[in-house]
Ligand binder design. Structure first.
Ligand code: BDP
Length: 625
């Protein structure tokens, strides 16, 4: 008998351990089926009926509730709760908040646009994706019948649930480097099937579009935005799209950037291009999201970080009302640390969206643990959220069982969504909430601290003190500080960014250099301009500093550099120790998977330190301390 019990226990333990594959994300509620849920049928009701552990919930639609996506949750003395909202989507957001444990709150989203950008190609590959292939398996959608396999349907439903649980309201299904085929009738029909799955979760679908589509799939000889046939082609496309998907969100456009076509090919401006598309979408309430990530071509010799402002300032105030400008948080490209992008200061008459990268292109990709909420909070400390219309996250999701390829990186998806709903939440609160929901082990201070400090660790072991873009060409994973190729644009070469020489290191962007500081509002403009007042975090971003220059820390620049690289590596050691000691709190399956990743992170951190310091030493001729 005892043996049978032991075997049975072992069997059950194995089974439950096996279930800990990360696939349930932060939505690990057990099915209870105990609650009585009153109110309209829909996903909110279904979710609560299945998972709510209290006794009774009432869903109440109040047309006068002041926000179409928000909700309030109130609790009566007997423990029953009422969720009030104006719409089914509001009720759903309230239901997820209730499942998270929120009570007696009224909540509404801060940003009107909260959107996930997938850099997924229609062939299933994902640009800068580190979690397998795309979840949108276009090939497996039968557009004639409007069907897909039950596996795919389940996956996309789970995905929609996850986004809705965070309160997001939009998903761009495909890569900004857009394949034109996505606008063919077959793909529009496929998109309809996806949109029908997402709609009950309050999600609008958007598409990235290729500006040359009228030529590439429409048979026209031009894509000039001022050509009538071109405008008509887009109007017809818009009509076709909205017939299939009446709540289609709109187009995301990467134009005249990194080889993508755009209005510039015809001597036209960004406003000409964006406004033509905006006019096509306007009758249906659609939006054009135009990206400012543009450099090169027209800006020979201009400091790359200044080019977005130079290019877009002349357009300020000239876009149609349904055009939004989307810019990355920093002026370069998703580096571990950048100062904020001054385009948010300069474009005063254009509604803007901030683009944040949830996928870890420049942050150790699928291997390092870098919790990004502190980085995004840092951005919001410079760019006030109320100056933004929306927030977009470049997704880190793929078809990996645990969605993100790394269990701890699910936290970045979570953090992005939570900040999109409420940018005033603290990084600490988000980390704690996520840990609690994901591992269910109460408040673990050690893990919380580990996550909060991980981003600074990464900055230190990769590129401290304002250094940037020391990455290997193309894949952006490891260090390549000596990177230079005569056949590449200079803006892709690490040596262009650090400018190390026998005197010192750093890019002079002060008023005596490229004067990029002039694009910033006060007080940052003056603070950044002077190496004595420039925060150390940005020192080498804005200044070329002598190796032996004394810093406010009491160390010379060279000593500080060595010290920070060391700190970065040491912190990774700390992260490993903290994670190891949390073993009793985490199921062995996820604990081991993450531990393996931490080993890689540690080896990489050491390599970063060694490669960069040995390289810079060639110029400083000083000893690595
Ligand atoms: C860079 C990526 C590239 C993207 C580009 C973009 O390396 O893959 O296409 O940004 O944002 O960070 O358009």
């Amino acid at each position: 008998m005892r043996i049978i019990i032991i075997i049975a226990t072992l069997f059950i333990t194995t089974l439950s351990a096996h279930a800990e594959d990360g696939s349930r994300l932060w939505m690990r509620w057990e099915e209870s089926g105990t609650a009585i849920v009153n109110g309209p049928d829909g996903v909110a009701k279904d979710e609560l009926q299945r998972y709510f552990t209290g006794r009774e919930v009432t869903l109440f639609v109040d047309p006068d509730f002041p926000d179409s996506e928000g909700y309030s949750i109130s609790k009566a003395v007997d423990g029953a709760i009422t969720i009030t909202a104006q719409t089914a989507t509001g009720l759903l957001h309230g239901a997820y908040a209730a499942l998270r444990g929120d009570r007696d709150v009224t909540s509404r989203p801060f940003f009107p646009i909260r959107i996930m950008n997938h850099w997924d190609n229609i062939d299933g590959s994902v640009e800068r994706g580190y979690a397998g292939k795309s979840i949108f398996k276009w090939d497996e959608i039968d557009e004639k019948r409007g069907t897909m396999s039950s596996d795919l349907r389940l996956r996309l439903t789970q995905y929609s649930r996850a986004e809705a649980s965070l309160g997001l309201n939009g998903v761009v299904l495909n890569n900004v480097n857009a394949q034109p085929q996505v606008l063919t009738s077959a793909y529009i029909k496929k998109m309809k099937v996806i949109a029908d799955i997402m709609r009950p979760y309050g999600l609008h679908v958007y598409l990235s579009v290729n500006f040359a589509s009228p030529m590439l799939i429409g048979g026209l000889t031009t894509a000039d935005p001022l050509n009538d046939d071109v405008a008509r082609w887009w109007q017809k496309k818009a009509k076709e799209i909205y017939k299939a998907v009446p709540d289609f969100g709109g187009f995301l456009v990467k134009a005249n950037s990194e080889g993508q076509p755009g209005p510039g090919d015809y001597g036209r401006s960004h406003t000409d291009g964006a406004n033509m598309l905006a006019d096509a979408l306007a009758p249906y309430g659609g939006t054009v999201i135009w990206r400012s990530f543009v450099y090169g071509a027209n800006h020979k010799g201009e400091d790359r970080v200044m080019q977005a402002v130079s290019e877009f300032l002349p357009c300020d105030g000239l876009f149609r009302e349904n055009v939004l400008l989307q810019s990355k948080n920093g002026p370069l490209d998703f580096q571990p640390r950048e100062p904020y992008a001054p385009i948010f200061d300069r474009m005063q008459n254009t509604p803007q969206i901030a683009e944040l990268q949830v996928t870890m292109e420049y942050l150790g990709q699928g291997n390092h643990v870098v919790f990004l909420a502190p980085m995004w909070k840092e951005f919001f400390s410079f760019v006030r959220p109320d100056r933004l219309k929306g927030i977009a996250g470049v997704s880190n999701v793929g078809d990996a069982v645990n969605w993100c390829g790394h269990d701890l990186l699910q936290a970045n998806w979570y953090a992005f969504g939570r900040l999109a709903w409420d940018p005033t939440l603290s990084a600490r609160d988000i980390a704690r909430e996520w840990l609690q929901l994901t591992f269910g082990q109460g408040d673990n201070e050690s893990l919380t601290t580990m996550m909060l400090r991980s981003r600074e660790a990464c900055v230190n072991y990769m590129m401290p003190l304002g250094l940037h873009h020391l990455f290997m060409f193309d894949h952006h994973y490891g260090p390549q500080p000596d990177g230079f190729r005569a056949d590449y644009p200079l803006e892709w070469c690490p040596v262009y960014y650090h400018k190390a020489d026998s005197i010192g290191v750093g890019f002079n962007r002060s008023s005596s250099g490229t004067n990029a500081v002039a694009q910033y509002d006060l007080p940052w403009r003056t603070l950044y301009d002077d190496p004595r007042t420039c925060p150390l975090e940005y020192l080498l971003w804005f200044h070329h500093v002598a190796w032996d220059a004394p810093l406010t820390t009491g160390r010379t620049l060279w000593q500080e550099l060595c010290w920070r690289y060391r700190m970065g590596v040491d912190e990774v050691e700390n992260i490993k120790i903290k994670y190891k000691s949390a073993a009793p709190l985490i199921d062995s399956e996820r604990h081991e998977a993450v531990s393996r990743k931490l080993d890689i992170m540690q080896a990489d951190a050491r390599l970063w330190r060694q490669t960069c310091l040995e390289y810079f030493q060639r110029f400083s001729k000083m000893e690595i301390e």
